[in-house]
Structure formats: C-alpha cells, structure tokens
Design a protein around this ligand. Sequence first.
Ligand code: CAA
Length: 383
Amino acid sequence: MNFDLTEEQVMIKKMMTEFADKEVAPFASENDREEKFPWDIVKKMGELGIFGTVIPEEYGGGGFDYISHAIVAEELGRVDSSVRGIYSVQISLVALTILKWGTEEQKKKYLPKLANGEILGCFGLTEPNSGSDVVSMQSSAVRDGDYYILNGNKMWITNGGVADIAIIFAKTDKSMGHKGITAFIVEKGVDGFSSKDIHNKLGLRASNTAELILQDVRVPKENILGNEGDGFKVAMSALDNGRYTVAAGCVGLAQGCYDVAKKYAVERVQFGKPIAGHQLVQELFADMIVEIEAGRLLVYRAGHLKNKHLPHTREVSMAKLFCSEMVNRVAYKALQVFGGYGFSSEFPIERYYRDARINTLYEGTSQIQKLIIANRELGISAF
Ligand code: CAA
C-alpha cells in the first residue's frame, strides 16, 4: 500500500487549498448568515474546471482520479460545507450518474456543461413521505406515446431551486417494487415542473434546498437514464458516489474545526499559559486528530477501490458512517476549546458545528449505512 499522494494529487490539493482559502472562506460567514447562494464562487469553480475533476476528458472534464475528487471535497468542506455540497451533488449524484447510466447522446449533451458549471444539476429521490424507504415513493411516470407524464413531489433537494436539470425517480410500475422505479433527466423550464425553496435550515444555509413539484410534466422517452425499471439501481449507484464525497467533505470540515481550534488554543492564555499547554485541552486535540486521520484513511481506501473499478458500496458506507459521526464529535470538541467564544458567530466554529449535523442524516442516515454494511457482512437483508 502506498500512502503518498501522487504529484497530480499534491498539485490539486495545493490548488484547492488556495482556492478554498482565497475564494470561498472569506464569503462563507456572510453567505451563511444571509442564506445567499454563492453564485460567484460557483462561476469561478466552473471556469477553473473544478466541477470536472473526475469527469473524463472526452466529456469536458479533468479526467482525474477519485482520490483527487475526495481532496477537492475535503478542501471545500474545510472552509464551507455549503459549497462542498453544491460540488458533491453536481458531480457525484448527477454527472457521474449520467456518465454511468447515460446514452452517448445524453453524455455528450449534459456532461461538458456540468463539468464547466454552465448548468447545475440536482438529484430528486427523496419525497415528503419517502426518505430511507425509497421504494415507498409516490411519484409516478405514465407512458404516453413517445413521452412519459410525471407527477409527484420531491423533498430536501440540494440545488433543487437553482438547478437546470434534475434526475427524477418515479414509478413506472407500482406492482414491481424496486424494479418498478425509473430514472429520468428532466430539464428546468418544462411545463409543470417547479420548485419551492426551503429556508431557515440549521446548517448549510448558503446551499439551496428545495421541494420539487411535478404536475403532468411531459418528458421524452429519450430522457430515461438507464432502462425502464433500472431506477433503484441508478439511485443506489449514485449514492455510492454521493456518500463518498459526503464522507470526504466531513474529513475536510473536521480538519477545519481542528485548524481553527488549534489557532485559538495557542493564542488563548489561561492560568498563565496558552490553553494548548493544558493537559485536558491536549486530550481534546489528540482525540480529534486521531479521528480525522482515521476518517481520511477510510475515504481514501474507498477511493482506491473506486479507482480500480472494484466493488466499494460497503467501504463507502463505512466511510460515510464513520466520517459523518466523527465530524460531529470533532466539531463538539473543537467548540469546547473556544469556551464561551465558540457559542458566538465571531468564530467560524459556530457555523462548522451547525454544518456538521446534516451529515448523519442526508444521503442515507447513519442507521441506513449500518444496515448496508451489516447486509454485506452477514448476507442477510434487514428488509
Ligand atoms: N449499486 C447498484 N445496485 C445496487 C446497489 C448499489 N450500491 N445496492 C443495491 N443494489 C441493487 C441490488 O443488487 C438489488 O438488485 P436486484 O434486484 O437485481 O437483486 C437491488 O438493488 C435491491 O437491493 P437491496 O435489496 O440490497 O436493497 P434494499 O432494499 O436492501 O435497500 C436501502 C434498502 C439500503 C435502505 C436503500 O433503500 C437506501 O439506501 N435507502 C436510503 C436512501 C437514501 O440514502 N436517500 C438519500 C437521498 S439523496 C439526498 O439526500 C438528497 C440530496 O439532495 C442530498
């Protein structure tokens, strides 16, 4: 096993560290406070090819590997989880899903524009009454000649109100369980397709989260992603990518918590010396860094399997489970270092603490990750 980053990965890390510190971090607090979608940052990310990292060059991407993809998510997550979330959805849930399941025509049509940020995408799986239990979804797609008529509501959709295209999952055959679900690419602006932004979230306040409403939306049959009935597998394989970048983003956010706490601990003097010199504070730092390093190794291990095109669902769920829980423990400890100052928005740790919380919930709760891991370990499904 080689634990060193390649020259290319080192270069990407350096570039992303600079980008995150100069172009993202200075605006994060204001965007969070005002719930402002970071359009300027998204535009710059598009121009620099950041949305194209892992997309093959033939479709306008950078053709980089999955460790590089994780590094980008880490560096963005280190300073602003809202921006990291935009990146994750755009590439992991949308572009990579089109890359895996799309026709050549669909790939040529959408991937270059997703890779250069000309269009944004979103992933419409969750519904008001269907979260963990994907198969209970109510959205329907009924064939009408060369079209399907889609009806339904999608909930908690990251990028939902700003996206130009959505991958929408709907039932084409209600009697077929998970085999009756189909994935469609639906373009914004088509009649009957609208969105409603969700405000006042605990965290990720600069990222757009919306409800999607589909009322008799006519979608051409050419816009099916995969085949009719493949939708559940399309969704699960997309989540293998999505959960990977969530895990990487958690490592980055945890590193961000650690970094700001360290800076504070060496400056803040109590009992005649910097608090970093007190043993109980040192314990907090030792606990944090061990957990961050462990999470990073789980992410890179999953990325290594992805690079080799080997099965990786179990390893991705392990990384997502550990890192999303870990970042909450680290954010708690980092905030503890700040004492009362951590409770105010004067320092970014307050935002980091709020942003950490979503990670054990979206793209499959921690409980769902445990079921996926146990299912693969024991060979028996809990369902
Ligand atoms: N890749 C490809 N195919 C897969 C797969 C994967 N990772 N996992 C399972 N499948 C296939 C299986 O091979 C099986 O295929 P066959 O029918 O051919 O045998 C089929 O899917 C069914 O598999 P399982 O029986 O293992 O599936 P399950 O019913 O046990 O899965 C579940 C249940 C794990 C709970 C699943 O429903 C699940 O992951 N739920 C959570 C959903 C979720 O994460 N939602 C988050 C939404 S995204 C989001 O948060 C929005 C956002 O904008 C951020």
